[in-house]
Ligand binder design. Structure first.
Ligand SMILES: [Zn+2]
Length: 575
């Protein structure tokens, strides 16, 4: 293609509204333009990249026997009411009414729709297993859309769904997706982690996220460089770091002491001279309509999904100030477990074995010292905390890394939640009716592009992996007005096309510096520059990622790029 015939609106300045690198560069390189918060138009270059990503996704889905379908984005409310998620999806769901005042929504996921399709069609065990997938536009009414293509209100997703007769079948479908996702992300040139995750609003028994470690991400992950253990922070298990100060020894009785105005863990640490890790933190939560007192080490944070899993109530809430006063006789900041009999007490395992700690006295402006779990109060022990900085891997003892990450894909074992609630049944071999067991698997198409830019860019622009770059190579005559350069560039360009490369000819009458800057910005992996060396029969090959320049004979240029682009010399490896 000829640059002069294309619309590639590159910008010299970084747009002020863009904070993360992918947002800045996708705008500057003329890939995207914003229509409204979280809603973008994809221009020519973005569309080419996104189509390459989709092609990779389709090839790998078809390699595991998944069949492409296409479901509606506009859904009647009744189907979502049947599964119960019309109410639980809350404000994230775009809702509308038709001319007859019937409720509809725009699909944010398709478990309900695929299950309704299947219940009308699947009758017999002989028809299973099935894996159906689509690449579809999803809608989510984000409270704070931001960061370019990272948190969108309208986005593309590949979602697939598996139907099996039994758990072993589901395990196979899940593993096939796990392997397919690894191949997809490898081929797209992403360095990623597969991390254990909570199932959240999907329900189900097991799930895993595919994430890219990046400061632009909003998830937190914990991972071990020693043994490879990796989990979403909310799910991660860890060995807590040692308390900074050793506990006082001996069978000491709880002792009340005055702490006027000292409400937070930090206040009490400053007041007593003992660090947060010598204190116990008390949280009053309401699960299934009943109060629960949760005890954590002072420097630890509650993992909400772990608490939800223990209590079985994902809708739990913090107690209100007046409830706390009524139940415990004091305000938050002076709460503790000693003498509490009107609610169950759950304690995090990091408190096991600790002695003589500080906690609230359930009396405003008083605390207790010398409080020991199992002696001064009883509690059910569970793993309830978020892994913290300096925590160690439970498998190998190495200190865990805790980093921000971008979620790219998520795979779930759903179980029978949707087949049961929506009435999908098939006849088994023995003539009995069973609810097929399902899995759900998603991968964000724009997320792959954004993550690739976050991982692979420099001060001059994007350094996209060749597999997803909009073009493989740009051929640039330094001076397009020079007849010989222009003619040689044209013939090299044609030779590149003949080699099967996605080639771009920069035939603009611009200064060479402007053309080189644009080529660097839009992230084309290879540039062939036709300049003064042409008089010696030579051109320059510039490899964007390595910033390496090599002189080549004119006749070898196209073949050399074809060899590099097909994966020769390890050029597809991340920088
Ligand atoms: Zn480890």
């Amino acid at each position: 293609m000829l640059w002069t015939k294309l619309f590639i609106p590159t910008l010299r300045q970084t747009p002020a509204e863009a904070e993360v690198a992918s947002h800045q560069l996708l705008l500057r390189a003329g890939y995207i333009r914003q229509l409204s918060a979280g809603i973008y138009s994809y221009l020519f270059l973005a569309q080419r990249s996104l189509r390459k990503i989709q092609t990779i996704v389709r090839e790998e889905m078809e390699a595991i026997g998944a069949q492409e379908i296409f479901l509606p984005a506009l859904h009647p409310a009744e189907i979502w009411r049947e599964s119960g998620r019309w109410d639980t999806m809350g404000e994230n769901m775009f809702r509308l009414k038709d001319r007859f005042q019937r409720d509809l929504c725009l699909g944010m996921t398709h478990e309900e729709i695929i299950t309704v399709l299947a219940r009308g069609e699947l009758r017999s065990y002989k028809q299973l297993p099935q894996i159906w997938y689509q690449i579809q536009t999803k809608f989510r009414d984000e409270a704070r859309p931001k960061s370019g293509l990272l948190r969108l209100r309208q986005f593309l997703m590949k979602d697939s769904y598996s139907f099996d007769l039994d758990q072993a079948g589901l395990d196979t479908a899940y593993d096939k997706h796990y392997q397919a996702y690894r191949r997809i992300l490898d081929r797209c040139g992403l360095d990623y982690l597969a991390v254990e995750a909570h199932s959240g609003a999907m329900g189900g028994s097991q799930s895993m996220e595919f994430v890219v470690v990046s400061e632009a991400g909003e998830d937190l992950v914990a991972f071990c460089k020693g043994c490879g253990y990796a989990a979403n922070l909310e799910k991660a298990i860890s060995q807590p770091s040692m308390p900074e100060v050793e506990d006082p020894a001996g069978d000491l009785e709880p002792e009340r002491f005055s702490t006027p105005g000292q409400k937070t863990i930090a206040d009490v640490a400053a007041f007593t001279g003992l660090p947060a890790s010598s204190q116990m933190k008390s949280l009053v939560l309401v699960a299934d309509g009943r109060p629960v007192l949760v005890m954590l080490r002072g420097d630890h944070q509650l993992s909400e999904p772990k608490f939800a899993a223990v209590t079985g109530d994902p809708e739990f809430r913090p107690a209100h100030a007046d409830e706390i006063r009524e139940w415990l006789g004091a305000e938050a900041g002076s709460l503790g477990p000693v003498g509490v009999t009107n609610m169950p007490i759950l304690a995090d395992r990091a408190l096991a074995g600790r002695r003589n700690m500080i906690t609230g006295a359930n009396e405003n402006d008083y605390h207790l010292r010398h409080v020991t779990l199992g002696e001064d109060f009883e509690a059910e022990l569970h793993d309830l905390r978020l892994a913290a900085v300096q925590d160690e891997c439970v498998h190998c003892g190495r200190v865990l890394e805790i980093r921000k990450a971008l979620e790219i894909g998520h795979i779930f074992k759903l179980g029978c939640k949707y087949s049961e609630s929506l009435g999908l049944r098939v006849l088994n071999a023995d003539g009995t009716e069973i609810a097929p067991i399902m899995g759900s698997y998603g991968i964000g198409i724009e997320r792959v592009l954004s993550a690739a830019v976050e991982l692979h860019h420099d001060q001059d622009g994007m350094v996209l992996p060749p597999s997803i770059a909009p073009f493989d190579v740009v051929v640039t005559p330094a001076n397009n007005a020079d007849e010989a350069q222009s003619r040689a560039a044209q013939s090299i360009y044609e030779a590149c096309v003949d080699q099967g490369l996605d080639a771009l000819l920069d035939d603009r009458d611009e200064r060479p510096g402007v053309k080189f800057k644009d080529a660097d910005l839009i992230g084309v992996p290879y540039r062939i520059t036709v300049g003064k060396k042409l008089t010696n029969g030579m051109v320059e090959l510039v490899e964007r990622r390595k910033r390496r320049t090599t002189d080549l004979p004119v006749k070898e240029a196209a073949l050399t790029v074809a060899g590099l682009a097909s994966g020769g010399e390890g050029l597809t490896a991340p920088a």
